[in-house]
Design a protein around this ligand. Sequence first.
Ligand SMILES: *[C@@H]1O[C@H](CO)[C@@H](O)[C@H](O)[C@H]1NC(C)=O
Ligand SMILES: *[C@@H]1O[C@H](CO)[C@@H](O)[C@H](O)[C@H]1NC(C)=O
Ligand SMILES: *[C@@H]1O[C@H](CO)[C@@H](O)[C@H](O)[C@H]1NC(C)=O
Ligand SMILES: *[C@@H]1O[C@H](CO)[C@@H](O)[C@H](O)[C@H]1NC(C)=O
Length: 668
Amino acid sequence: MCVSKLTMMLVLLLVTKLVQVSGENTSFIFNYGFQSANLTMDDVSEITSSGLLQLTNGTAQQRCHAFYPNPIVFTNNSSFSTTFVFAIRPVTSPASGGHGMAFAISPTKAFPRASVGPYLGLFNITNNADPTNHVFAVELDITQSGEFDDIDGNHVGIDINGLKSMKSAPAGYYVNGFQFRNLSLKSGLPMQVWVDYDGGKKKINVTLAPINANKPETPLLTLYQDLSQVLTNFSYVGFSSSTSALLVASHYVLGWSFQLNGEAQNLDTAKLPELPPLSGKRSMILPIVLPLLSLCLIIFVSLLVACYIKQKRKFSEIVEEWEQNYGPHRFKYKDLYFATKGFKEKELLGFGGFGKVYKGTMPGSKIDVAVKKVSHDSQQGMREFIAEIVSIGRLRHRNLVSLLGYCRRKGELLLVYEFMPNGSLDKYLHNQPSMTLNWMQRFKIIKGVALGLCYLHEEWEQVVVHRDVKASNVLLDSDFNGRLGDFGLARLYDHGVDPATTHLVGTLGYLAPEAIRTGRATTKSDVFAFGAFLLEVACGRRPIERGSEDEILVDWVYGLWKKGEIIEAMDQTLGTEYNREELELALSLGLLCSNSRAKDRPSMRQVVQYVNKEVPMPDLLSLMSSPSCFGFTFEIEKEFDDMIMSFPSSSVDGTHTSISESLLSGSR
Ligand SMILES: *[C@@H]1O[C@H](CO)[C@@H](O)[C@H](O)[C@H]1NC(C)=O
Ligand SMILES: *[C@@H]1O[C@H](CO)[C@@H](O)[C@H](O)[C@H]1NC(C)=O
Ligand SMILES: *[C@@H]1O[C@H](CO)[C@@H](O)[C@H](O)[C@H]1NC(C)=O
Ligand SMILES: *[C@@H]1O[C@H](CO)[C@@H](O)[C@H](O)[C@H]1NC(C)=O
């Protein structure tokens, strides 16, 4: 009696304990990984570091199980509901597949005698379909096994006690209740399964859907079957999977929710642990896409570098340390390049004796400039020359064209001048009658040039000899003021060329006889050139007009003067609109300056006084007492004429040829 009472109490205690463990409405959910689940696992099953439940890990001949540790107590009309997210990844290739996995309810958590491969680790050849197994399973099968009458190699089936499914269907789901969409179980992508058993209606629903899709209204499988005889009172719920020797896959469960006698809690698919990246995709990225991408990158970068180097070379300059001292006078080649639109022929203003002159507009300030491009091979003496150019750049006078700065490149020097909108004087003198200047304008220009030259000779801190005074070097500003340009440039050849070569610079017809003889330019030789310039402006003729009867202008004017008819020498295009006194002054001053004896020529200061009528001109007669004042000059010039004739290529029109140029080109 006592013993039986004690036994009764013990049994009661045990039952309450078990009910406490499993409860009437046992439920659990693993939404954030399985770390805390304490699942009962065997073989290679494991919880990965990210919280995934990995059943088989990609090795052959495995059967793996993972079961909820506590039993679930099923009664005669118990219902249950479960949902889980899984992924199957064939290891070898998707084509070769693998074996599937199953959700199972079983009286045991251990299957030591179960077979691998198609048996999914749940049964073996002898106990398959044995009603004493008491196993309910939903298989996710990816191989078609003939022995179990499988419908295809990608199906979902409801299995009771064996692998020959009670009902099965190709994997997929219904959209809008009836539109079927296929799913590939072995795609490696996560999918969700719902298994619902209604104990009252004896109805089993199995539903499949891709992850992130809502639970489809229409289940994939519906089976009316009473499970009360299948499920034992104490059953375990979990998963089983297997691989064979050839068909290997990894099986994952990402999340799981279960509810006895009720609906399983929804899984929040966004919170599930992440699957490892698809190895298939990675294998495409690594060997093909990545090298291609890096190749493209390398090509792109080298193109960029090539462009940069090309650009850099295009705009490269030579800057030496000593040039830093000259600071603002240095221009950037790039700016000059853009200012002149890339030194376009359209922007060409003219050719000087030393190079081409381009019109430009400075990019920032929009100031118009003239850029002279002087090619210069020699580095020798460049420093002195630049120093001189820059110091000359400091010269400021309203009758001089200001040098704004320079830029130096390999073999090239660029000089930046103020832009003179009305161009050079010679085209007004020699392109008549399309362009002409009246006497008032001409006399203003003469006065201006005289002032500019006087400033160079006497008023600046250093004596600057121009060396190349001529009509084409006189530029006209917007008010038709004469401005002397190109001063000092002749020095370039002094510094540049072989010192052994004669470096006489100037233009034939403007060159003083002593300068030709000694090769040295002085202020007096500038005065001689100014004389030739005076006659040119007053007569509208070049100093030497080749092919004409009165070839040499000064001789012709001298002849007229001797006859007392100097006014006859005037430019006939002036008509009657002229000041006779000024014209006579200009012509006789021209003769005075053309004196072959340097010491008998006036200084530029005196010239300025004469043209301003501050001091009367000395009587030419008294000065011309020595018989061969002029004659000598021209004999010399004739000698040079002959010499130049022997270099015909350099004597373009015979008058504007620099002797130095012809000498240089001849010596090369
Ligand atoms: C995990 O389960 C085992 C038996 O399956 C049990 O012995 C152990 O106490 C459980 N641990 C926790 C933390 O629940
Ligand atoms: C699978 O797990 C077993 C045991 O942990 C291990 O020896 C094997 O290397 C694993 N295989 C892979 C492919 O990870
Ligand atoms: C199959 O499994 C059952 C139950 O575990 C076992 O009794 C039987 O011996 C197994 N058969 C084979 C051939 O392994
Ligand atoms: C679904 O798959 C089956 C067999 O794999 C195929 O016959 C059928 O055409 C597929 N249907 C769609 C809509 O892809």
